[in-house]
Ligand binder design. Sequence first.
Ligand code: GLN
Length: 493
Amino acid sequence: MSDLTKLKIAEARDLLAKGELTARELTEAHIAAVEAADTLNAYIEKTPEIALKQADAADARIKAGDAASMTGIPVGIKDLFATKGVHTQACSHILDGFKPEYESTVTQNLWDDGAVMLGKLNMDEFAMGSSNETSYYGPVKNPWRAEGSNADFVPGGSSGGSVASVAGYAAMGATASDTGGSIRQPAAFTGTFGIKPTYGRCSRYGMVAFASSLDQAGTITRDVRDGAIMLESIAGFDPKDSTSVDIPVPNFEAALTGDIRGMKIGIPQEYHLAGMPGEIEALWHQGIEWVKAAGAEVVDINLPHTKYALPTYYIVAPAEASSNLARYDGVRYGLREAPENGALDEMYETTRAEGFGDEVKRRIMIGTYVLSAGYYDAYYLKAQKVRQLIADDFKRAFEKVDAILTPTAPSAAFAFGEKSDDPLAMYLNDVFTVPASLAGLPGSSIPAGLSANGLPLGLQVLGKAWDEETVLRVSGVIEEAAVFTSQPELWWR
Ligand code: GLN
């Protein structure tokens, strides 16, 4: 067989079932691909021994006729999912050496289905960022390069390692997390498919917390079908997470009927941003034409509080982060730095000063400020109220439409350093993804075209709460219409 790393999950599953491929072969090919992709810096910890053991178990299971869809499929795991005995640091220095005693529910679900772990994936520190430049382990390189250029681009963030491993043929799928866009924006930057389900669809048990009311697990894959398969595996109620919801997980793959005739697709007028690049507008317009041609009805809708979404997010998320990150004090986890003969509070201070990176410190300071006495009502409480208005906007819109179509990000991938000195420019990346995060709604990003210089662009589909099936179905139709067959050249191998 030619390059096994280019197989999709569904293709590999079918070959494994027919006995034309073994999980061992597939895993060995991927272990080699992971080694060959070192320059991308997608993996910060490789676990080939675990992978081979899981692959052999998968082969036995397939032989016994007891395989699930993910059995024998090699995947990468974002570094914020707790993996028992394996590096779990959310790419922060403060968690140095931390190896959990327990497994996150999302990863446990994958192992229960027989998936194979290739290693832990790079990410922005504590998932704070849009370019993977805040990782303690250094930035991830986007496998894509602009036409006729050898310059490197960011892969997006915070799930930079997840998207680079999948776009770079060093994993068939990857877990990821999305607090304000960290699945969808990097998917758009790398020509991959990302889906963030409804808040509460996947368990947050064993996920390093950033902003607990927003964090949600999801997947990165090379196409929509693979996303449906992998999402179904990781999703489900978990008594260990009080915010996970006890409703059945549908057969997501079965939702890909290709039929959206008569469906109503909303186009939020507020997402026509002033100054948005023409190619993003053009891509959006193209997407509208595709769903129309497939028989859907396109409806203009209004989400009037959209312009408050970014400021609201950048109050709520840092507030929750400042509280969640208070636990890292040098006593219980990871790093401990203490001045000689120093007092206990000096140990706290030194550990936190050395353990956290600049962006994380910025969030802790903003979060502490908006929660402090005298400012709480003006910022945090106000933001909570606006968050409700944003959720209400969507509720009203979804009385009229079945899904919403927008661009995923306001630009294609950018160069390293281009925005890292300007937090506000960086935060603007999330302008189209953050509103649905605040409302807890499911959303996807589908590779839909190329920028003028040949970098991937994505379209975003948003759905009603618990209606990932419609998100997937519309995504599948856009994927089929877009015929996105471009691939990055394998320059790193
Ligand atoms: N880019 C956003 C932030 O920096 C979103 C991150 C995320 O979704 N984890 O907060």
